[in-house]
Design a protein around this ligand. Structure first.
Ligand code: SAH
Ligand code: SF4
Length: 359
């Protein structure tokens, strides 16, 4: 049975990121009683233990036995950058040597901490304003790899995280089964309620439908970015597969099933999607949807040729757009920038540190 369990870089079975049932299977496989799983689970998820040595209610012999085959962490922190605003960007290496990034975000005005998780290595969607899109798609993350990003951050920082956003690398709804499994573990094992979890999608209709069927009280965020097909097709190429119309229908159904207000995300690109007409069009198309609108001023990234392809609209334009988009009665917020100095802001996650060092 151990053959199917993920091993970390040291070749040991990793327990962090597994749920109680999975840890129970592991301890039973070693011929140990099930209550040992509860102890280990609690050390990992409630006390952020990083090794069996910290599990002081296990005998030394038992700890030695566990250490021979297993370990706590699955991922290895290969680099950590701290922004001047306190945001921490973690570069993780996965057991097969791939790299992903996650971000711990602290807001000055709130006591809560949020973690931005990756769901894939790279991304196949290829949005023209996103650094992850330029990496291309490498592979899906397992549920355990997703959960261990959170646990590794809690272990390293010693802080308890209260909100999770699936807005790191990758398109969560092209890896829906593993994302849903990870949400369940984050809920039940890490103790973060579904109401504190947001999944952001570029508009993958079957994934939105699957998430609606799962009926978890999470928040769905749709990265809309343009009200008209021509503009959206240009910047979010998957629009040719799932039209704006089909995506809006799926989001409407999502609301009707879950009764959870959705978030509409809108990256503001100067001269591309920030006109008065587009703001009015946006207000019109969202008028029947229970949603908030979140405007994200473009964070500069370079394409493969090293060119920054877009500009960020100035504050006056951002405010005007927000005012027009809000005329339908929706709450419109302009997202506060975090971690831009270390490329940890939205869309900037591109494993740059390692790329720079491998070139
Ligand atoms: N793939 C998912 C989630 C990850 S991206 C999605 O696209 O929704 C998280 C958010 O960051 C999305 O709304 C995305 O459009 C936005 N984003 C990507 N690149 C950006 C950039 N350069 N500046 C600002 N926001 C960006
Ligand atoms: Fe992928 Fe989201 Fe980036 Fe688009 S914005 S390329 S969907 S990660």
């Amino acid at each position: 049975m151990f053959d199917t369990m993920a091993k970390n870089a040291a070749g040991k079975i990793a327990l962090s990121g597994l749920n109680l049932a999975q840890i129970t299977d592991f301890v039973k496989g070693l011929g140990l009683p099930a209550f040992r799983a509860k102890q280990i689970h609690s050390w990992i998820y409630a006390k952020y233990a990083a090794s069996f040595d910290e599990m002081t209610d296990l005998s030394v012999e038992l700890r030695e036995k566990l250490k021979q085959v297993a370990d706590v962490p699955l991922l290895t922190i290969s680099h950590l950058e701290v922004s001047k605003d306190g945001t921490r960007k973690y570069l993780f290496s996965l057991p097969d040597g791939q790299i992903v990034e996650s971000v711990l975000i602290a807001f000055e005005d709130r006591p809560t901490l949020s973690v931005c998780l990756s769901s894939q290595v790279g991304c196949a969607v290829g949005c023209t304003f996103c650094a992850t899109g330029y990496l291309g798609f490498k592979r899906n993350l397992t549920a355990q790899e997703i959960v261990d990003q959170l646990m590794a951050i809690q272990r390293e920082s010693g802080h308890r995280v209260s909100n999770i956003i699936y807005m790191g690398q990758g398109e969560p709804l092209l890896n829906t089964d593993n994302v849903i499994e990870s949400i369940e573990t984050i809920n039940l094992s890490a103790g973060i309620g579904a109401r504190h979890i947001t999944v952001s999608t570029s508009g993958i209709v079957p994934g939105i439908n699957q998430l609606a069927a799962a009926n978890l009280p999470i928040t769905l965020a749709l990265s809309l970015h343009a009200p008209d097909s021509t503009t959206r097709m240009e910047i979010v190429p998957i629009t040719s597969k799932y039209s704006i119309h089909a995506v809006m229908d799926a989001v409407m159904d999502y609301y009707n099933t879950t009764r959870r207000r959705v978030t509409i995300e809108y990256v503001m690109l100067e001269g591309v999607n920030d006109s008065d007409d587009q703001a009015r069009h946006l207000a019109e198309m969202l008028k029947d949807l229970h949603c908030n609108i979140n405007l994200i001023p473009f964070n500069p990234i370079r394409n493969k040729q090293g060119v920054i392809m877009y500009g960020r609209p100035d504050m006056k334009r951002q405010r005007r757009f927000a005012e027009l988009a809000g005329r339908s009665g929706k709450t419109v917020t302009i997202r506060l920038e975090r971690g831009t100095d270390i490329d940890a802001a939205c869309g900037q996650l591109a494993n740059k540190y390692l790329n720079a060092n491998s070139n």
